[in-house]
Design a binder for this molecule. Sequence first.
Ligand code: BGC
Length: 262
Amino acid sequence: MEQRLEGKVALVTGASSGIGRSIAVRLCREGAAVGMNHLSDTDKGGAEEAVREVTDSGGRAVAIRGDVSKEDDAKRMVWEVVEEFGRIDVLVNNAGIENERPFLEMALEDWEKVLSVNLTGAFLMSREALRVMTGHGGGTVINVSSVHERIPWPNFAHYAATKGGLKMLTETLALEFAKRGVRVNAVAPGAIATPINKEKLDDPAKRAEVEKLVPWGRWGEPEEVAACVAFLASDEASYVTGATLFVDGGMALYPGFEAGGG
Ligand code: BGC
């Protein structure tokens, strides 16, 4: 594989499964040394397996435990990567959660939990990583948003609100750090075949219902998101900042409105 990230150091949050794990492995395969974050003992195995997968073939990676929504953890995780690999060039804010809650049944606790991981987590991790990056001349931040930064999602108001928030966080930081050598971008995945969507993937009817919403006609693979993140992380994207790259088979184009319908 092309070594576009040779010499770079990355930290990927939520790297124990799904899109995050795929991104972490891809960055490593392209030559980066990668801190692979996981939350707790429960998801430790996934991150350790990913670390083993890449170190076995000569890559450099380390598992980093911590909760992105906790200020102390966020700081410590960034500094663990700096201690291990000397710097930090790429931060991927991937950690995210979702749960279905009709709005009138949404407890404050549900709302706060999703906001704290998906949005506050990206804030805390970015602030600490940007302190390091600006201290050594620059770097890049990539937020993993969603098609739901654009498409409203009934029963997931908290989740959609975090993704809309991530869009403005991405654009605002892109502007605020443009003069300090830091590019800030996002990817917006659509329906990707990962554990977060297990219930829909396991049920043929639900699976097909989602496919109808995707012009490309199929679910995406985590590697297809990872490839886009690797590009944004690399110097090939040296003039790209404040952008959101939709990786969704056209889903955000509102296929329901095809041919004047809707
Ligand atoms: C969600 C998935 C969903 C997809 C398309 C993503 O942000 O995590 O659960 O299938 O959007 O609706």
